[in-house]
Design a protein around this ligand. Sequence first.
Ligand code: SF4
Ligand code: SF4
Length: 454
Amino acid sequence: MAKAFFGGVHPHDGKAATNGKPIEQLAPPKQVVIPMSQHFGAPCKPLVQKGDHVKLGQKIGETQGLGAPIHASVSGTVAAVEPRPYSMGGDVLSVVIDNDFQDELSEEVVAPADPDLLSVEEMVEIVKNAGIVGMGGATFPTHVKISGGIGQVTTVIINGAECEPYITGDHRAMLERPEQIVGGCRYLAKMFGVDKVVIGVELNKKDGIDALNKTIAETKAPVVVQPLRTRYPQGGEKQLCQAITGRQVPPGGLPSAIGCAVFNINTTCAIYRALTTGMPVVRKVVTVSGSGVVEPKNLECPIGTPVRELFDACGGLKDETFKLIAGGPMMGMAQYTADISVAKGTGALLAFALDENKTVDDPTCIRCGRCVEACPMHLEPLYLYQFVQKKLVDELNDYHIMDCMECGACAYICPGRLHLTQSFKAGKQLVKDDAAKKKAAAEAAKAAEEQKGA
Ligand code: SF4
Ligand code: SF4
């Protein structure tokens, strides 16, 4: 039986533009711009400088604390190491490489002799060195999630919901790369010591479910596919855990609190590739779609490919295009420039040219309560909005603003067209700033007290 979670909405999914289109390989770009911060955690430290020759798969960015290393996605010469615009906002230190089109493979890329004989520790180390992060957009370092969950996690879930409108890269991977997904599941089962892995897939990808089940049956893999009701945000980690296990992640907690670990479909493919070929994350599947794109497609390209090249490969942008988004329309980031490049977390590039921007001059709450019904985190968006406007930090904490996953379901359903999600991002920052201020004050008071006693 298909399973679901509390709340949610049914936006127009826009997937028909690309879900029937196989993943195409983009022509190699002349230059790639590889940001040193493509993950949750501290930015990487560049290991190369201008003029250096680099090879495909060579490590060019080293972690500094929580993070994942970054690798050259083409071979060639480093043209610059400098800040460049980044899809997640601002400018980020980036390594710019002029492609020599030789695809000269780095000696660092070594396939394990027999992946099935690797110990759990060796597998985690390979995942770490391959720079794998949550490829669905969360970009949390995968080796940290695995090593932190070993011994605690009893349910390993693969997120095949792909509930964000327009995005179809995971769906295409189910159809075109099911052996990588199922193979990755097999390794995850071994790492966590569980007897099966569950892949949750929304029912709007019936052919994807069939393709996975066929591969599971052929390979006798310890994997089951759980069909899910099509409802946004089914792919939220907490919603997925609830739909599959019936258990709820406690407020402020992570899936590991209820014994779950969740991995994205393309992350699972990356784990498989790293363990079987030694190849780190150097390529990304990106859905290029929206009413502003002449011919929407699913494209695979080297990390760091300028997004203009992806739009050009789709026939370019229509003149009326008024908005670019990196990611999906619900959780993606609107871009002020097209001078950004593809990063590990870039699942989609959307351009809009029609009347999709449903804003009004005077957003007004009519107290209809629809945002409360839609919120999958059981929050009360209408009150949170008022508290943010008045900067009432205590009330924001009391109403659990930090549990907001910024899914956009409330903003989508709101007939008053309030900028709810945007305001909650600002509200969460208010709470963080306040907590930092209080911590600094407490530390200063403690230091003064110690000084007095000295
Ligand atoms: S959905 Fe919008 S208009 Fe309705 S109560 Fe919530 S904030 Fe107000
Ligand atoms: S954006 Fe936040 S408040 Fe709005 S529905 Fe999603 S989780 Fe709830």
